[in-house]
Design a protein around this ligand. Structure first.
Ligand code: ZN
Length: 851
């Protein structure tokens, strides 16, 4: 274990920084192992803080060459965390020169190198690895940056003020915290375009990529322009610089980063072409480009006072990008996909040892809090707020937010206040969504008498270490009523639940309706509604809310799978018939029909069993899921070929929702067909494929049918020079492996010459797939636990962030039997016993293990 006790930081301890920073001048002289950074920083006393005579500046792994205050050399006290120096009482200038080693920066935080290019990642606390600075988001300043280096492209934030051979000077007029600083230098090519804003400002747009990737830029550029236009039309937000640059980088810990005027992207989150990217890749890229662009207002112009407020920018920006995707594509399809993702990742987090509030109150390593809870539950909270106040008040409140807080480092209190001031509502109770961890359980009792339906809800949030005594929350419950003949008895109405138990009455009904509850998933809760299978099938067939139709199909599937697991029952005929009816209903769009065919994930089923006080057996869950897929193959045996053909796209490839929806339905059919034809249709699709969606889906089916060997080799030969496609090749083999082979397949792939654990995309391709393979990861041999632990131990000293993130694979250990628990904990303890384990990984595993 680490020798130094890890330090915990508390929201309650916040104090303003004693100084403001009026301006920052940085001068970089780039060299792989010895980059020099000269800084000139103008400090003035902060009128809102008490004065101090010694100043602390963050700084990590910096070699201090010289320092001066107002021109006079000083010798600061240095520690692992920064420097301390005596300062005069008024305003002063601090100057320093430091040396850093970007070529050996494998953590990919601060200034580092990727394929010979320099780039930066500063959020959350990476700037302190570049120079000495008050590296906290409430210290905002105007940056001027000079970059000297032998590269054709030298970039930083803002607008260019000087470009010479091997030197470029940049000025960003917008005050910003250091986490939004960025620098890029390399041999890059630009895909350029322009955008004219609503007030007529001309903006140059560039997407910088490595030579060879030029052909993968067009879609990202279109997505950027669509995002810029959308934010003007929907939120009235205009871009504010003459230039907007995006750079694609192969080695990146996350998806992308919203640095002011210079977004840096994981190449997987921006590069796209029909031949190399799937429909899902296109949709994700469009969403991430929008997300980072939207941060320009929700994140950059208005930033966070401290890192506890991370959801202020992330929850809101995820909410905004989901609105954008809903407008660009299909709103119900987007909602269903988001709920699948929320349940898969956020619910698992909220119901396990890593549970934390959307606004946490303490942390050791902030990088560990870029979580599904902060992002996705944070977005759900915004959605609930909008549902409660209505669309009009929502946009009024947002206008006030931008007006009141532009240029501020703000808090959740500021955010809620604009809603209170706009609507006159008291949001004190609503604020619990930010303060309490855990997923509320909502139970519904229904009673019908004469012409009146009474819905009685109770809510209960299981206590957690983070929130030992949860209080009732404000839960918007969207409800509609459907009569037995399928007509609508009541259009969607939002019930506002605030108490632990609460009843709502609907009178004047002609007949007993079926209640369609939590439409559109109006709150991130677990709902228990004791509907009969017949009523569920009725909603699946007749609900006017697409989300709830899907939800009822899903609930029927879950119920049937649980009976199969518990009692060996056969697949439920009502479910199969209901799904058959919706999937063959051509009045529904193909994407929705494809989603209807999906089953709850095996991990979801494990959670449900655990919740019911049972011990999930991953092998039994796997077997039941396979049996259900076989039953679906039988159910569709006479339609599958027809549906496959009817939804096969013959027009030239287009990544838009319409074609993508058809491909998702035809590929869902292909997987049913493959269970009956031994892979003949998949092979034909593979041979004919002219886009990655079709090629990859065919390959997956061939592997599943045991016929993948030749195509895997052909695929490798075709794509071995394309890094992003090779990530798919690595991942797919693990995903499609039989449970007993998953760990061995992953292990063999780590010995492949193209495996490189220092590249986060490649590492995640193999291990992300292994962790997602429920029956493979939790195979009784324990081989996957050991393999993952081996590699986490190897990666931790190189890249703590990616290591710590992958540790969440172990967060569900308490669900399983004593033998698996022991095996997992043995690996967790083995990692924890590694000398010099990073703060990131130590915190994650300590929290997972529990007290
Ligand atoms: Zn973000």
């Amino acid at each position: 274990m680490r020798d130094a006790a890890p330090k915990t930081i508390y929201l309650a301890d916040y104090t303003p920084y004693p100084w403001t920073v009026e301006s920052v001048d940085l001068h970089f002289t780039l060299a792989p192992n010895a980059t020099r950074v000269r800084s000139v920083i103008r400090f003035a006393p902060n009128p809102n803080a008490s004065a101090e005579d010694a100043m602390f500046l963050h700084g990590e792994k910096l070699k201090l060459i010289s320092a001066a205050i107002d021109g006079a050399p000083v010798t600061p006290d240095l520690s692992d965390e920064g420097l301390q120096v005596a300062v005069p009482s008024g305003a002063f200038t601090f100057e320093a020169e430091v040396e850093i080693d970007p070529a050996n920066n494998t953590a990919l935080e601060g200034l580092y190198m990727s394929n010979g290019m320099y780039c930066t990642q500063c959020e959350a606390e990476g700037f302190r690895k570049i120079t000495f600075y008050p590296d906290r988001p409430d210290v905002m300043s105007v940056f001027t940056v000079t970059v000297e280096g032998p590269h054709p492209v030298l970039l930083s934030n803002g607008n260019p003020v000087l470009t010479q051979n091997h030197l470029a000077k940049w000025h960003d007029p917008w005050p910003k915290p250091a986490y939004l600083f960025a620098l890029v230098a390399g041999d890059l090519v630009a895909h350029s375009d322009t955008f004219t804003t609503m007030s007529g400002r001309h903006v140059d747009l560039n997407l910088y990529v490595r030579p060879g990737d030029e052909g993968k830029c067009a879609f990202g550029m279109q997505a950027l322009k669509a995002s810029m236009k959308w934010d003007e039309e929907v939120y009235g937000r205009e871009y504010d610089l003459d230039l907007f640059n995006i750079v694609a980088v192969d080695d990146f810990n996350m998806g992308a980063m919203e640095n002011k005027g210079l977004n840096i992207f994981n190449s997987s989150a921006v590069l796209a072409s029909p031949e190399t990217s799937t429909d899902m890749n296109f949709e994700r890229i469009e969403a991430i480009i929008a997300h980072e662009y939207f941060h320009n207002w929700t994140g950059n112009r208005i930033t966070c006072r401290d890192w506890f407020q991370l959801c202020l920018k992330e929850g809101l920006t995820v909410y905004r990008d989901s609105q954008f995707t809903s407008d660009m594509r299909s709103a119900p399809v987007k909602r269903i996909s988001d709920v699948i993702d929320l349940r898969g990742r956020q619910f698992a987090e909220d119901q396990g040892p890593l549970a934390h509030p959307v606004r946490p109150e303490s942390f050791q390593e902030i990088n560990n809090f870029y979580t599904a809870t902060v992002y996705e539950k944070g977005a759900e909270v915004i959605g609930m707020l909008k549902t409660l106040v209505g669309d009009e008040a929502y946009y009024q409140a947002l206008d006030l937010y931008f007006e009141r807080h532009d240029g501020d480092a703000a808090t959740i209190e500021d955010w809620l206040k604009v809603f209170e001031d706009t609507t006159g509502r008291n949001l004190t109770q609503f604020k619990r969504w930010y303060a309490q961890a855990g997923t509320p359980r909502v139970t519904l009792e229904e009673n019908f008498e004469l012409d009146t339906l009474t819905l009685t809800f109770t809510q209960h949030t299981p206590p957690s270490a983070a929130t030992p005594d949860p209080q009732p929350q404000v839960i918007p419950i969207a409800v509609g009523l459907i009569y037995p003949d399928g007509t609508e008895a009541l259009e969607t109405r939002v019930l506002e639940m605030t108490k632990a138990e609460q009843s709502f009455r609907f009178t004047g009904l002609e007949d007993e309706p079926v209640a369609s509850v939590l439409r559109g998933f109006s709150a991130p809760v677990v709902l228990t509604q004791n509907l009969s299978d017949t009523d569920r099938a009725h909603l699946l067939a007749n609900d006017t809310d697409t989300f709830n139709r899907w939800e009822q199909g899903r609930t029927l599937a879950r119920g049937s799978l649980l009976s199969m697991i518990r009692t060996g029952a056969a697949p439920d005929a009502k479910y199969l018939a209901g799904i058959h009816a919706v999937v063959t209903d051509t009045s529904l769009d193909p994407a929705t029909r494809a989603l209807m065919l999906g089953l709850p994930s095996q991990s979801d089923l494990a959670t449900t069993l655990h919740d019911a006080g049972e011990t999930p057996d991953p092998a039994a869950i796997y077997a039941a899921s396979e049996t259900m897929r076989e039953a679906l193959a039988d159910t569709f045996s006479s339609d599958a070929a027809g549906l496959y053909a009817a939804n096969t796209v013959t027009a030239p490839y287009d990544p838009g929702a319409e074609q993508a929806g058809k491909r998702s339905l035809s590929n869902a059919m292909l997987s049913l067909i493959t269970r009956r034809d031994g892979g003949a249709a998949a092979q034909a699709q593979y041979d004919a494929a002219d886009n990655m969606t079709q090629q990859l889906s065919a390959l997956a089916n061939l592997i599943r049918a045991g016929k993948g060997t030749a195509s895997l080799t052909a695929f490798y030969d075709q794509w071995k020079d394309d890094r992003l496609v090779m990530d798919k090749w690595f991942g797919l083999q693990v995903m499609e492996a039989a449970p007993e082979d998953a760990a061995a397949t992953a292990e063999a792939l780590t010995r492949h010459p193209d495996f490189n654990h220092k590249n986060p995309n490649r590492f995640r391709a193999v291990f992300g797939a292994l962790v997602m393979h429920h029956a493979g990861f939790h195979h009784a041999s324990g081989a996957a636990y050991t393999l993952l632990a081996d590699w986490l131990i190897t990666l931790d000293p190189l890249n703590p962030q990616t290591t710590a993130r992958m540790c969440s694979a172990f967060q569900t250990w308490k669900r399983y039997d004593a033998h698996r628990q022991r095996m997992i904990l043995a690996q967790v303890d083995r990692i924890l016993a590694t000398p010099n384990l990073s703060r990131d990984t130590t915190e994650m595993l300590t929290r997972i293990r529990g007290a």
